[in-house]
Design a protein around this ligand. Structure first.
Ligand SMILES: Cc1ncc(COP(=O)(O)O)c(C=O)c1O
Length: 440
């Protein structure tokens, strides 16, 4: 096993080892990745880094110790609520990311239902199959039953199926704006109507779209309503560390009223360590992430975000146009924003992805249906032509040499897809992760 070095080492050698370690990392700065990193150029990155470093040591756990962080957090939440047609009753919290915001939403509604509907002993949540896996995790953590709802041919949740799934145990409806897999928005307006008819809360997951949809709307794109403007929407999650371009580790969860949020909070008055109250799942909260979110939102302002959204959407349209010109490929549905997926009836797109990876692109594979996932940012503007050229070459190669692609990710997904007991596949994945994270 690796041990703690016996002696202090020089700063230079440490930094050199770190640079060496990242040699094989995905090349996000060159626009070679389509997930994980949202990059809008050095100017913004440098501002975010500087702001983060200013509050590098501070801890958002205790807002009374750091009024600065309290100011940043409440102002960030206020600016976000304002983007989503919130009002003076809107409240929220900053969390460490989309997953924590989603975990908090599900826990909040579970505890709210316990209070207002104590007769519900086996709570259920209505989950379109396209929602982020974090909802599945939340259902697992908080012991609520996920009721999976299929999508229409347009990859939006089937609202008739939502209506049919509602019963006396339902405590929450969820919709995405947009959903991760195809980048397509659920019909939130209709979900809002259903929620009101049944007197149920509706959470909108705008983790991905929250910091781009309002700006696309500003640019005149036809973005359907998805936020507090719809009376049935009771909460929204939106990640500043995605299209908000903040440092990693910051998302928002907003509620229409404090009556809901108070079920998110946790207090313990008898702790020997002092009276304890905490807003979210974590204890210590990195001051740097909170400060950097405040800094980037104030730095960019509406003008900056609209400019970036324009760059991302025009790059998206250019890439989609290039993909549509490749006869073997198609885009799934009609995505509204800057996230989309690509499928084919003629070539195995996983083999295409394998080939693209040989050419230096980091590709994201999806299943049910088989497709590739793309999230476009300003970083992709400069590589659009190269990407399309490489994609054409890869499709041609896979088509002309199918025998070359008998193994690889197509074979692996194919094999996993054929195992009827999905819990067996889950166990296999856990085993794989165990293996990957063995101590070195
Ligand atoms: C729609 C949606 N919700 C939630 C999440 C989870 O966010 P995080 O990875 O920050 O936990 C993502 C991540 O891509 C997402 O796209």
């Amino acid at each position: 096993m690796k041990t703690l070095p016996k002696n202090t080492q020089s700063k230079e050698s440490i930094l050199q080892m770190m640079d060496d370690a990242r040699h094989q990392d995905a090349k996000w700065k060159d626009g070679r990745t389509f997930s994980l990193v949202y990059y809008a150029g050095e100017e913004i990155s440098n501002l975010v880094k500087e702001a983060y470093m200013k509050f590098f040591h501070e801890n958002g756990l205790n807002p009374m110790a750091f009024p600065s962080l309290q100011k940043f957090e409440t102002e960030v939440l206020s600016m976000t609520a304002n983007l989503f047609h919130g009002d003076k009753n809107t409240v929220g919290s900053l969390t460490s990311g989309g997953t924590e915001s989603i975990l908090m939403a599900v826990k909040t509604y579970r505890d709210y239902a316990r209070k207002v509907r104590p007769e519900v002993t086996e709570p259920e949540i209505i989950l379109p199959i396209s929602v982020h896996a974090a909802f599945e995790k939340a259902a697992h953590y908080f012991n609520v039953k996920p009721i999976h709802i299929p999508l229409t041919d347009e990859y939006r949740v089937d609202t008739n199926a939502v209506r049919q799934a509602i019963n006396e145990n339902t405590i929450l409806i969820i919709g995405s704006a947009p959903a991760y897999p195809q980048g397509i928005m659920d019909p939130i307006q209709e979900l809002s109507n259903i929620a009101l008819e049944h007197n149920l809360p509706l959470h909108v997951d705008a983790c991905l779209g929250g910091f781009i949809l309002p700006f696309l709307k500003e640019l005149g794109y036809p973005i359907p309503p998805f936020d507090f403007e719809l009376p049935g929407v009771t909460s929204i999650s939106a990640d500043i560390h995605k299209y908000g371009y903040a440092a990693k580790g910051v998302s928002t969860i907003l509620y229409r009223t404090d009556e809901l949020r108070k079920h998110q909070y946790f207090a313990y008055a008898d702790w020997p360590g002092g009276i304890f109250v905490s807003p979210t799942a974590t204890g210590t909260r990195p001051g740097g992430a909170i400060a950097a979110a405040w800094a980037v939102m104030n730095y960019l302002g509406l003008e900056g975000y609209v400019k970036l959204a324009k760059k991302s959407i025009s790059t998206t349209h250019k890439i989609i146009e290039g993909i549509r010109a490749i006869p073997e490929l198609y885009i799934l549905g009609n995505p509204e924003a800057t996230v989309f997926s690509v499928g084919s009836d003629e070539v195995n797109v996983f083999s295409v992805a394998d080939e693209m990876e040989q050419l230096g692109w980091h590709m994201d594979r999806q299943q049910n249906p088989t497709c590739l996932h793309f999230m476009i940012t300003p970083a992709h503007e400069a590589v659009t032509d190269q990407f399309i050229k490489d994609l054409e070459t890869s499709v041609r190669d896979v088509k002309e040499n199918p025998e070359k692609y008998q193994s690889g990710s197509a074979a692996m997904y194919g094999m996993m897809g054929e195992i009827p007991d999905r819990s067996e596949v889950d166990q296999y994945l856990i085993h794989m992760l165990n293996d990957l994270m063995r101590l070195k």
